[in-house]
Design a protein around this ligand. Sequence first.
Ligand code: GDP
Length: 450
Amino acid sequence: MFDTLSDRLTGVFDRLRGRGSLNEQDVRDAMREVRVALLEADVALPVARSFIDKVTEKAVGSQVLKSVTPGQQVVKIVNDELVAMLGGEGEDGAQAAPLLLDAKPPVVIMMVGLQGSGKTTTTAKLGRLIREKHGKKALMASLDVNRPAAQEQLKVLGEQVDVATLPIVAGQQPVDIARRAMESARLQNSDVLLLDTAGRLHVDEALMAEMKAVAGVSVPTEVLLVVDSLTGQDAVNVAKSFSDEVPLTGVVLTRMDGDARGGAALSMRAVTGKPIKFAGTGEKLDAIEAFHPGRVADRILGMGDVVSLVEKAAAVVEKEDADRLAKRMMQGKFDMNDLRMQLKQMQNMGGLGMLAGMLPGMKKAKAAMAASNMDDKVLVHMDAVIGSMTAKERANPALMNAKRKKRVAAGSGTSVQEVNKLLKMHQEMGRAMKQIKKMGGLKGLGALFG
Ligand code: GDP
């Protein structure tokens, strides 16, 4: 996600940060590069232009350039403007827009979008989320009578995520299905009703008329538009046409896992005024994430999405461990025990692939790993290496001299070279963590773990 942009911006900002003083021209030059980077990431032109204007104005028109750390300050301004552009909620505007579930049950969530956007999959993902995360009872109904087997598809997905679906009645029309779904949700005491409306190949009048009719009988609290992020600016245009016709409450961007550019995500709020509530990040039914502008900005600026990482880790390890790790990371402490825990988490989270890009400094580490043919099996070896260290060595890896390395290599059935690799990785991660700490990138962690 956002790889291209992130790579470009990291380069620009490394150069800015590396300088003790900056003048107006330096900022303008850097902003020209940022503009190109945004356009390359397929951000809509007016959005990119307005972004650059705002950042430039704030950066040159204040005390920033006279400060002790002008580069850092400019990056901070860029960060804040990115968050504003992504359009979040909360005091700092960095939070995800929440799913509105507090109305009188059954709360209706209407899913709309073009065919193939991932609407049905997303409906099931949300059903699962509502059951698991919100602890609420959901019913899902497919109103898609155009696409053959669409209703069956939702039924099968419903079974997979353990969320009830409305029994299929052949030949029934969308508005009637919606009415029956409402009735059924009431009778079953469902908290939430998810309506998966029919998709079309493109936005047309018949589709809009049908959506309005369905909205008329179901009075949805949420109307979520599902769009494919891979279609870039088309996704934004589709969102614009939909939002002109139906009162959208938010957008779900699917296939973010394959979207290296991120233009749709970056322009959506500015062009449509609608918040992106969720990002689809894979085909699996748990591959959906709340869209946190603050975290996305951190990710784009190469600070690594530490909070998401720790949250994800927290889901698979004991919360106590995650708390401890977060705290230690905030204090800039990180020993072999912490690294071991992280390696365990990596394994639990499905290996290195997923982690790459989320952890600070991981971009460089990823390249290094690729170069050294590092795969998930290496995680097991690393764990063995740490297991062969004494408690003292784990707490203070600096103790590891040649003799100790040899002993540990023998004890873990690895080689001194592998021991060295692990020590190096520990050092690099420790350094990266110090860096984000310095940059204040962990501000969210405190809130997360109190
Ligand atoms: P619909 O026609 O809009 O209902 O689309 P579907 O829900 O049937 O999805 C079409 C295809 O996209 C399916 O193969 C899904 O598995 C896939 N898909 C949906 N969301 C995502 C996502 O976030 N990432 C990836 N990689 N694939 C997705």
